[in-house]
Design a protein. Structure first.
Length: 237
């Protein structure tokens, strides 16, 4: 039987880098995509430097997966932040944030689904955020995109479950990566974010990678349509 392949986006840094490393360790071949060049190379990982919002990227990634084996997992992780309230958000940043965080994930899933179904099924994992579940200041487009990806996840779970495809989301809380490191230098932000997290934080990219690993594994064979929060208990407070 051909090797299972996982596509992971935003895999050159942060949470995506940890997910790609973990899925490689789990035995997947990995097609890793990022806008930025990859700092290292890894056995079993094919790197594609591309913008996930480029309409040609999904076909490129699926073709790379076909060369490597059987497409068994797609992890839509690449995402960008946005720190504006609704009245301050211009059309260009609204469109870009929605397109990268939601539209590109939809187009990648659309390209991956026929391959997964033909191969007997697979696992779609979308990286959402507690920002899509709770209200925070000045994150209008980001929160909308992350709430949207959770809705899309549930919808795909219903439509494609009968054909063996599971669709789930993970919702990180505060995870220390390049996206948050600069913010965490501000003592007020640090206090606000860490105060909201019952477990000692911040979390690590590997904490999210562990949850994604589970959702892509046979242990999750009857798990679909859920959002698994990796937030130290934040969303329960
Ligand atoms: P990061 O900025 O450290 O890494 C994101 C990676 O995605 C970068 O390598 C970047 O180059 C890549 N990327 C961005 N736009 C891209 C595009 N258009 N095409 C291809 N690659 C692109 O961010 P992170 O903290 O690792 O976040 C990863 C995901 O987790 C994002 O979806 C983010 O919204 C989500 N998230 C992060 C946190 C956190 O606390 N760090 C919390 C909740 C959700």
């Amino acid at each position: 039987m051909s090797r299972p392949v996982a596509i992971v986006t935003g895999a050159a840094a942060g949470i995506g880098q940890a997910i790609a490393a973990r899925l490689l360790a789990d035995g997947f071949a990995v097609v890793a995509c990022d806008l930025s060049a990859f700092a290292d190379a890894a056995e079993g990982r094919e790197d594609v430097v591309a913008d996930i919002a480029d309409p040609e990227t999904p076909a490129r990634l699926v073709a790379a997966a076909q060369r490597a084996g059987r497409l068994a997992a797609l992890v839509n992780n690449a995402g960008i932040g946005g720190a504006k309230a609704a009245a301050e958000t211009d059309d260009a940043s609204w469109s870009r944030i929605l397109d990268v965080n939601l539209g590109a994930g939809f187009r990648l899933a659309r390209a991956a689904l026929p391959e997964m179904i033909a191969g007997g099924g697979g696992s779609l994992v979308n990286v959402a955020s507690v920002y899509g579940q709770l209200g925070f200041r000045t994150t209008a487009a980001y929160a909308a995109s992350k709430a949207g990806i959770e809705g899309l996840t549930r919808q795909m779970a219903v439509d494609y479950g009968p054909r063996g495809v599971r669709a789930n989301a993970v919702a990180p809380g505060l995870i220390e990566t390049a996206l948050t490191r600069r913010l965490l230098e501000d003592p007020a932000y640090r206090l606000l974010m860490l105060d909201g997290t019952p477990l000692p934080g911040p979390g690590r990219p590997e904490d999210v990678a562990g949850a994604v690993s589970f959702l892509c594994s046979p242990d999750a064979r009857f798990v679909s349509g859920v959002t698994l929060n990796v937030d130290g208990g934040w969303a329960t407070t």
